[in-house]
Design a binder for this molecule. Structure first.
Ligand SMILES: [Zn+2]
Length: 465
């Protein structure tokens, strides 16, 4: 790919160990790696590049790492509106998933990744679907970095309701484990390491003890992580206790499943014992505030995310899905995530912009086990970085770019690099056709809603003429 030089960057926010910010910075990229990060005046005078990008008026920072992205739910945007969590999962989301085709799943993932790239996200962790192959194919095409996983359920009649009567949702423990393992083996190091696979315990109330233990065995065997939604809602906490007498994390501790290679999504209903287990077992947390806002999970009131962080537990950020939080913009997630905790604690000192940006970058890298490769801008690391244009009304004036990014800007990156490849240049997607992706997404989204009957539920309450 050669060399790229980004010069005249107004604010170069490295998120390195010293949290260095360079004014008038420059970034040199050689193939997929960062070759120079520093002040422009320190760039060797004979530095040669195949392409030079003018970063005037921009901030540059590591690409965001979203640790909670449901790629294939993207064609169901809004179809989870106006219902409680068990209804959302069992009657909306799984109904949508059970009628989608593999080709639908591919276009859903591509539309999802279009939104991610536009918002400045360069890497995602997908907590599973029945279509990891299509998500992987879309990731190969989009140029993003991503972790896919395959859904494994073996309890059809869960304590929060029944899964759909479709073959996909009717797997035995052995079938679910075999297919999850096949995904891990297939995507061990796909697309030069850009696409990888993890294991998933999608929601613990849908997974038997044997399945949970089997997933742990596979994670140890293949040395990959496990992602799971845990302590997500009051309904699921009650459902977990009705299943096993224990809550989600307590149950996994009893099954000897917990470990530092796990990412726990949501966690707003973690009890004191489970908070202690986070510290003891070293698992990571994906804080997803927009879900709580959108479908009233109660994690603004009951969530202990600042406390987790203060205990030294890695807290990263998640956007979730078009059917649950309805957008995947980590800039908005940072602002909402800080505000949610400050408001309920009546404290303006909780989750300052610096901490939110850490969650969106280096903490995300730690969560997916790639902190030596991504999450900060340092020589030798992968060239995954984004630039935001500050020459707009909501950015002006720039006293503190960290505060402006989290609390003032409307988001929307202007340049996005993954592995040194430019996926968006001056706001234009260069990796694939945006127009085709939106056209397919609109057409297929409406067709799925019709096939699943969800189109009758999700329409404006006002008269449409
Ligand atoms: Zn989720």
């Amino acid at each position: 790919m050669g060399r790229v030089l980004i010069k005249n960057v107004d604010w170069l926010i490295t998120v390195d160990a010293g949290r260095t910010i360079y004014r008038h910075g420059a970034v040199g990229i050689a193939d997929d790696r960062l070759e120079f990060v520093g002040k422009a005046e320190d760039l060797p005078p004979d530095y040669q590049a195949d392409e030079v990008i003018d970063g005037s008026g921009h901030i540059a920072l590591p690409g965001f790492i979203d640790t909670h992205v449901h790629n294939t739910q993207h064609l169901g945007r809004g179809l989870g509106d106006g219902c409680d969590m068990p209804v959302l999962l069992l009657e909306r989301l799984y109904a949508y998933e059970s009628v989608m085709t593999a080709e639908d799943a591919y276009w859903a993932a591509r539309l999802c990744q279009l939104e991610l790239i536009r918002s400045g996200t360069t890497c995602f962790l997908d907590p599973s679907s029945y279509y990891p192959d299509e998500t992987a194919r879309a990731t190969g095409d989009s140029g993003m970095r991503g972790f896919v996983s395959r859904t494994a359920f073996d309890i059809q009649n869960t304590k929060i309701g029944k899964l759909p009567r479709r073959p996909l949702f009717r797997e035995s423990t052995e079938e679910a484990l075999d297919r999850a393992e096949e995904t891990v083996v297939t995507y061990k190091n796909a697309h030069g390491g850009r696409v990888r696979a993890w294991l998933s315990i999608r929601i613990p109330v849908g997974c038997s003890d044997a399945l949970c233990k089997g997933i742990r065995r596979l994670a140890d065997k293949h040395k990959v992580g496990i992602v799971t939604h845990c302590c997500e809602s009051h309904d699921q906490s009650v459902g977990s206790r009705r299943t096993s007498g224990l809550t989600d994390i307590e149950r996994m501790e009893a099954l000897d499943v917990l470990g530092p290679d796990m990412v726990m999504i949501q966690m707003g209903w973690a009890n004191p014992n489970e908070i202690a287990l986070a510290q003891k077992r070293g698992f990571k947390i994906s804080y997803t505030p927009t879900t709580g806002y959108r479908i009233a999970l109660g994690d603004a009131t009951f969530g202990h995310f600042p406390e987790f962080a203060a205990l030294g537990v890695t807290v990263a950020l998640g956007g979730n899905a078009a059917m649950s939080s309805n957008h995947l913009d980590l800039v908005r997630v940072m602002g909402l995530g800080a505000g949610m905790m400050r408001s309920t604690r009546i404290s303006p000192f909780i989750f300052p912009p610096e901490q939110m940006i850490e969650m969106a970058t280096i903490n995300g890298a730690v969560a997916v086990g790639m902190q030596d490769e991504i999450g900060s801008l340092e020589v030798g690391k992968k060239a995954d970085l984004v630039l935001f244009d500050t020459r707009t009304s909501e950015w002006c004036p720039v006293h503190n770019p960290l505060s402006n990014l989290v609390h003032s800007s409307r988001g929307g990156a202007n340049y996005v690099f993954v592995d040194g490849r430019l996926l968006m240049r001056e706001g234009e997607i260069t990796a694939f056709s945006e127009e085709e992706t939106i056209r397919e997404g609109q057409m297929r989204g409406l067709a799925i809603a019709e096939r699943s009957g969800l189109d009758r539920i999700h329409r404006p309450h006002w008269s449409v003429r």
